[in-house]
Structure formats: C-alpha cells, structure tokens
Design a protein around this ligand. Structure first.
Ligand code: URA
Length: 228
C-alpha cells in the first residue's frame, strides 16, 4: 500500500497544480502540495506557503522551515520521516492570512491528503492550522497536549497542536516551549499508536508493524535525560 499511497499523493499534487478554484491559483508562482514519507505516522500542518515556498513549490523551506528541521532533529527525525503540508496550498499575496473562501476552496485537497496518509498523529502548527481542525480551540492553551474533539480527522488520529515555528522566530521566549512540546509529542506517540490501531482494527495493527520507530527510541532517551 505505501507505493499506491505515494502514487495517489502524486496524482493529488497534479490536481493541486492545476487548481484555479480561488484567486490564489492565479497569483501564485508554484503550488505547494506538501511532501514527505507516504508512510509517515506523523503529519505537520502549516498555514499556507510563504515567499520561499512559493518560489520552489515545497513546504517550509524558509526560516520557519529551518527551525522545524531543528525541532525534528531533536526527535531524531528528518523531513523524510514525516509528512509536511499546509491547509492552503498557494501563497496568499504579501503573506496575508488566507481568506475563509480560500481555505474552503482548498479543504477538499486537505481532506484527500488526510485520508490517503491516515497518520497516527496530526500536529497543526499555529492558530490558523489549528482552526482547520478545532475551530474553537486557542493555540495558547491547546499547545503541547493531545486535543480531543477535533473535526475532519482521519480515523483514530490524535490531534497534537504546536506553536508555529515562525512564532518562535518572532518571539524567542516561545522556542523552549516549542522544544518541550515536541518532546511531549514524541512521548504521546505510543499511546496515539494504540488509539489509532484500536480504531482501525487488524489493518491498523499490520501498518504499525511496518513502521519502525527507530529514530524515536533515540529521542526518548534524549527527552528522558531532560526530565531528570
Ligand atoms: N509557514 C507555513 O505555514 N507554511 C509554510 O510552508 C511555510 C511557512
């Protein structure tokens, strides 16, 4: 199935490339469908591409992306181990917030991606991405813990909100919080896997066996020593 999933994600990326459902389809340079392992159990969801992403068609390649890479490295993971995408696939001009109708136009793509990837855990990055899954939640209180009651989640997935890396670049005081939250996310993964596999039955158990969380073991040690 991972091969079939990768092919379906590639088809979806083509559909996104030719989308003109909202004005962003005409103002963008490149669409940014998202990328990573088709078999990832961990999905990070940003808001919308910025200028750097718009130029190359890949998510989180600017300053916020570099911080995301550092945070992933703290967990012993690289980009290729996870999947990274945005709620909105095309850059809003001047990096303004995406309009509700732009978010709505892109929602079917996000839903198809979620259904194909069927991740164990979804980490919305920042308040705009969080709103796509939990319209009433506040990032200031929801960050760093699993959040119940998300909407539009694939079966069994755990929602685990994080601050957006760009927020930690603007306000350095948030960076230790983001690092701590990333540790909490990794520690929540085993329980999230059990919830996911329980919700999915035999097929879920089989897929969990395919996913070797070797990187995570190294990270657990790292965060254990931090807690001592
Ligand atoms: N910020 C986002 O939310 N997404 C990106 O891809 C880059 C920056």
């Amino acid at each position: 199935m991972p091969d079939g999933r990768a092919a379906a994600l590639a088809t979806l990326a083509h559909d996104i490339e030719s989308c003109r459902a909202c004005p962003l389809g005409s103002s963008r340079t490149r669409s940014v469908p998202g990328e990573g392992s088709a078999n990832a159990e961990l999905l990070f969801v940003g808001e919308a591409p910025g200028a750097s992403e718009d130029a190359v068609g890949r998510p989180f390649v600017g300053a916020a992306g570099k911080l995301l890479d550092l945070l992933l490295a703290l967990t012993g993971r690289a980009r290729e181990d996870v999947y990274v995408l945005n709620v909105v696939k095309c850059r809003p001009p001047e990096n303004r917030d995406p309009a509700p109708e732009e978010i709505a136009a892109c929602a079917p793509f996000l839903q198809r991606q979620l259904a194909l990837l069927s991740p164990v855990m979804i980490a919305p990055l920042g308040r705009h991405a969080l709103r796509a899954f939990a319209p009433d939640a506040k990032i200031s209180t929801a960050h760093g813990n699993p959040l119940e009651g998300g909407v539009g989640l694939p079966l069994g997935a755990t929602l685990f909100p994080l601050y957006h890396p760009a927020a930690a670049l603007h306000n350095g005081a948030l960076r230790p919080t983001l690092e701590r939250d990333m540790g909490a996310l990794v520690r929540e993964l085993p329980a999230a896997r059990v919830r996911w596999a329980t919700a999915r039955g035999v097929a879920g158990e089989a897929r969990l066996k395919q996913q070797e969380p070797t990187a995570e073991r190294a990270q657990l040690r790292l965060f254990e020593s931090e807690a001592e």
